[in-house]
Design a protein around this ligand. Sequence first.
Ligand code: F0G
Length: 461
Amino acid sequence: MEQIKKRSWAEPFKIKMVELLKITTKQQREKAMKEAGYNTFLLKSEDVYIDLLTDSGTSAMSDRQWSGLMLGDEAYAGSRNFYNLERAVKKYYGYKYLVPTHQGRGAENILSQVMIKKGDIIPGNMYFTTTRLHQELAGGTFVDVIVNDAHDSENLNPFKGNIDLDKLQAVIRKYGAKRIPYICVAVTVNMAGGQPVSMQNMKELRKLTNEHGIKIILDMTRIAENAYFIQQHEKGYARKSIASIVKEICSFTDGATFSAKKDALVNIGGFLALNDKDAYEEASNLVVVYEGLHTYGGLAGRDMEAMAIGIEESVHDDHIRARIGQVLYLGEQLLKYDIPIVLPVGGHGIFIDAKKFLPHVPQDKFTAQALAAELYLESGIRAMERGIVSAGRNAKTGDHYYPKLELVRLTIPRRVYTQAHMDVIAESVARVYARKSKIKGLEMTFEPKYLRFFQARFRKL
Ligand code: F0G
């Protein structure tokens, strides 16, 4: 008898409740896409079959989290759930002080206002849309110090999220450490394709920043996913738990912003965590202006309870193995159809290289935006552009930023879709690939001032 190969993972849960999906006709999709101005953000969720727009706030909560909702202590001040959340943040991440916020960008706003002065420089491992905007609104300028490999969709470096320490040193020499309040380190790096940062890099970064008195602030939105890549690919970590790796990453930093809508398996929530008492005092005062009292930060008590439970579930080894296992599975199916994707496959989704998929569509005809629209027209699958539209314009010159990576993100919600859905997604992308030469680009007909990718409108060329 042939040796029976053991599967490396299966979902570590069973399904207790389901949500029915709607399948649309081609005519319905054409109408819906036209009405949405060829922007998948403007589609109605009802018109979507498999929703891969984002992994943000789209996870399925566990029965434990749902029962946590019933334990909401909706007092205005000092809710029991705040203290449960504070305990979870201390236990799993090790930070001393917690300021809850309604989601990640709420924390980015408070952090930027507390730490950034006009003229400051904030280095980071590739920009994220909302993070960079809050830095700019506070008077700072973002400088990218990610390793060059991150900009190459075929480079197989397992830690393409790493900070290039030479680049950082050059930034420090150029501007002086006094103008750099902190470096923002994202784990994993969303815009690079969900690429992780190594522990070695964190250690070296801590050493360098200590020499210059520069703080490290983590964007820990997908930290459990980053920890999985460290466990799988970094020497010395194969036998360590995800929980211990997560805590070790945090130990090299001075604070963090967190969108709990990703790793922490909730539909809404976030926080700012800090170790410095003075910075915390200022942040907990400012949060009152923008979010709510410092013991709820724009959240209901029940939301904080679900978040506290989600944080704990997010660092379970079997959870994260299945989560990333599913993403890898989709990547393998797409590679079988020769679809050009960002490699290695990252944590939260598959990123299609639109420049390689549609080499005849120039970037200023919004290559990835056009591809995302076509995928919806093909099968009702909703993806997201992560290219020139997301990158926006240079505030000084008014020109588009032309990012090297022009990507369509197939983002996988946690604990929501099955392996059969992954097969359907791969087949749908392959069908678009088969007719790629007929796809032309788009023209922008409406451009909002901030974060244009959310609300811009287009028309087919
Ligand atoms: N940082 C990263 C790395 C993110 O991916 C996001 C959100 C945020 C911060 C902001 O958090 O949405 O809770 O305010 N990313 C979502 C996405 C929107 O689809 O990638 P938020």
